[in-house]
Design a protein around this ligand. Structure first.
Ligand code: CAA
Length: 395
């Protein structure tokens, strides 16, 4: 029995009937509402607000958020199963969903005050508003502790100045979880986190990022010019921002792993169908080992990714009661699943030959979308740093 078709966790690696139902609901929605429009939104680069709203209505924008804060009140396994299905249809929709769920809502759930949870999570988890997360700056990517933006303490709060880049959903977000320096002399221990509102003076959108893939997700720079944020909107203690950012990224990386798995499965599904139909030299091309071995490698990596993702999801779920970190599980899942996405998308284009290179088939979109999973929320190189440091006992 295939892992994905079974009941899990259990004596065999199988999914519970409830998890099966969540997966089925997300799959049917994605096939009916997202798949038919994915190519068009990829082409125009327009933000698919209607389908995103519908996802909010289904509870997909705050899956792990308790119902008391407007969410679906489900577990991490439900989150990864639903996200995988959405990404099978379109990774760009998945990007918006994953930032909303794991980078925005999870951060506030984990570190927010009761007032912050009520005010900022409720509209975002219900899909009425969109949330974003902003760590990166033009001169600070992988080395996230070196940011140049500043927040200076003033009466009642802080004044923010600086430029942040690569902010997923910034052009459509009502709220952004922003990390900035409150004490540069303290380096990473001088970073603080703030919940900012995009309709306040001193906030403007910078240049849109012209992207290779996930084109329907909106990404831009953001600029703060003497932006006032009240102290009540600081998330966590002053100087605790780097820890908040890293903790939240642990959750986010499980989401990106699920996104990679969804893209890989889409690429594999298209390749399997094509290999069964397309003929060359008097045979179906699947008869040739040049093609069938690629399919075997794709399938094996997909199922291995699934296991790492389920393991990470269970570790995150357990952390809700134990408080234990799941950094290692999240990084391994993200590393393997994102490289599997790229491997499968690359093989899919090759299996399809000329039509794989054409916009008339979806595999070139999978190829462009897959690449970002090896880059955002920590490059593959950073995941290897995180995993090896933990194994060597260096952190
Ligand atoms: N959880 C909690 N705390 C953590 C942590 C984690 N996962 N990782 C590190 N920390 C803590 C450490 O314990 C340490 O604490 P102390 O100050 O008490 O000693 C502190 O953070 C500093 O840790 P390091 O010394 O390990 O920090 P470092 O400077 O060597 O950096 C890094 C570590 C792993 C390389 C980190 O900088 C990193 O993950 N970089 C990648 C950043 C990234 O993923 N950016 C993507 C941004 S989001 C995005 O892509 C856009 C989007 O919208 C989707």
């Amino acid at each position: 029995m295939a892992i994905g078709e079974a009941t899990f966790p259990g004596p065999s690696l199988t999914l519970s009937p409830e998890h099966e139902m969540i997966r089925q609901t997300a799959r049917e929605f994605a096939e009916r509402e997202i798949a038919p429009v994915a190519a068009e939104f990829d082409e125009t680069g327009e933000f698919p607000i209607e389908t995103i709203r519908k996802m909010g209505g289904l509870g997909l924008m705050g899956i792990e958020v308790p119902e008391a804060y407007g969410g679906a009140g489900l577990d991490t396994m439900s989150y990864v199963l639903a996200l995988e299905e959405i990404c099978k249809a379109d990774a760009a929709h998945g990007t918006v969903m994953s930032v909303n769920n794991s980078l925005f809502c999870h951060g506030i759930l984990r570190f927010g005050t009761e007032e912050q949870k009520q005010r900022f999570i409720r509209p975002v988890a219900s899909g009425e508003a969109i949330g974003a997360y902003s760590l990166t700056e033009p001169m600070s990517g992988s080395d996230a502790g070196t940011m140049r933006s500043r927040a200076v303490r003033v009466d009642g709060g802080y004044r923010l100045t600086g430029r942040k880049s690569w902010v997923t959903s910034a052009p459509v977000a009502r709220f952004i979880l922003v990390f900035t320096m409150t004490n540069a002399a303290q380096k990473h221990r001088g970073i603080s986190a703030f919940l900012i509102e995009t309709d306040q003076p001193g906030f403007t959108l910078g240049k849109p990022e012209p992207k290779l893939g996930i084109r329907a997700s909106a990404t831009s720079e953001i600029v703060f010019d003497d932006y006032f944020v009240p102290e009540s909107q600081r998330l966590g203690a002053e100087g605790e921002g780097f820890k908040v950012a890293m903790t939240v990224l642990d959750a986010g990386r499980i989401g990106i792993a699920a996104q990679g798995l969804g893209i890989a499965e889409a690429a594999y599904g298209a390749s399997l169908s094509y290999a069964r139909e397309r003929e060359a030299f008097g045979e179906k091309i699947g008869q040739f080992q040049g093609i069938s071995f690629k399919l075997a490698d794709m399938k094996t990596r997909i199922e291995a990714s699934r296991l790492l993702i389920y393991q990470a999801a269970l570790a995150k779920e357990a952390s809700k009661t134990t408080g234990e970190r799941y950094t290692m599980e999240a990084s391994m899942a993200k590393l393997f699943a994102s490289e599997t996405a790229m491997f499968c998308a690359h093989a899919a284009v090759q299996i399809h030959g000329g039509v794989g290179y054409s916009k008339e088939f979806p595999v070139e979109r999978y190829f462009r979308d897959a690449k970002i999973t090896e880059i955002y929320e920590g490059t593959s190189e950073i995941q290897r740093v995180v995993i090896s440091r933990q194994e060597l006992g260096l952190r």
